[in-house]
Ligand binder design. Structure first.
Ligand code: NUP
Length: 217
């Protein structure tokens, strides 16, 4: 994924026409569009190829299975036209390696969730976040997903993974995180959903975020 703006749209709407309309409006401000279960379950997998004409597509399916099933899932998602898949890291090295191997064969990307951005991530996930980050680096994943709600954790994770891997970071806006703060802490991209797609003017909301991050990229 090429970094031009540092912004990834999280398109968690459930209506096909709305998804296309928002993508059209913000395409000039985003480096990728992240879609997940809300949109794909309501509209179908062909939504991926339909939106891929606006920007590269990151499929946020948080894949979390045994190696063989991880590989089978990623195969289908890439076949549908996605450029990247988000997988969970807590399933361990072999599950991750199966996804990364397939992605490399197809010149696609795998992003690994280290610890999530919501408060409940402190219950279990945070304790293993650093180990997952190290595993993602060892497996040569393209990058990790780390929380904009905790820029200090993003800075920690950056130290562990070095500069080979990217950090894509959700939690800006609706979840309370700041785009410029997390970019300063070491994220390469922010992932933003509601603050853009629920805004009266999504293009303006996206532009504001891009302008805010510009000097720190
Ligand atoms: O830790 C994570 N936090 C998170 O919010 C990992 C994610 N993949 N996400 C996703 O990012 C979440 O599912 C949603 O699609 C997006 C954030 O959306 P919003 O809070 O900006 O609306």
């Amino acid at each position: 994924m090429e970094r031009k703006t540092g912004l990834i749209l999280a398109l968690d709407v459930t209506d096909r026409m709305e998804a296309v309309a928002i993508s059209e409006k913000v395409a000039g401000y985003v480096d990728a569009i992240k879609i997940g279960y809300p949109l794909v379950l309501s509209t179908g997998m062909d939504m991926i190829s339909q939106l891929s004409k606006f920007a590269p597509i990151i499929a946020d399916f948080k894949v979390a299975d045994i190696p063989n099933t991880n590989r089978l899932i990623c195969e289908q998602v890439f076949k549908a036209g996605a450029d990247a898949v988000i997988v969970q890291g807590f399933t361990g090295h072999d599950s991750l390696e199966a996804a990364v191997k397939l992605a490399k064969e197809q010149e696609k990307d795998i992003y690994v969730v280290t610890e999530m951005s919501h408060p409940g991530a402190l219950d279990f996930m945070q304790q293993v976040g650093e180990g997952i980050a190290k595993m993602a680096a060892d497996a040569k994943a393209s990058g990790v997903v780390a929380p904009a709600t905790r820029p200090e954790r993003v800075a920690e994770i950056r130290k562990i993974i070095g500069n080979e891997l990217s950090i894509i970071s959700p939690g800006v806006g609706a979840q309370g995180g700041s785009a410029s703060d997390v970019i300063k802490a070491g994220a390469n991209w922010v992932i933003v959903g509601r603050s853009i797609y629920q805004a009266e003017d999504p293009a303006m909301a996206a532009k504001k975020l891009v302008d805010e991050m510009k000097e720190f990229l």
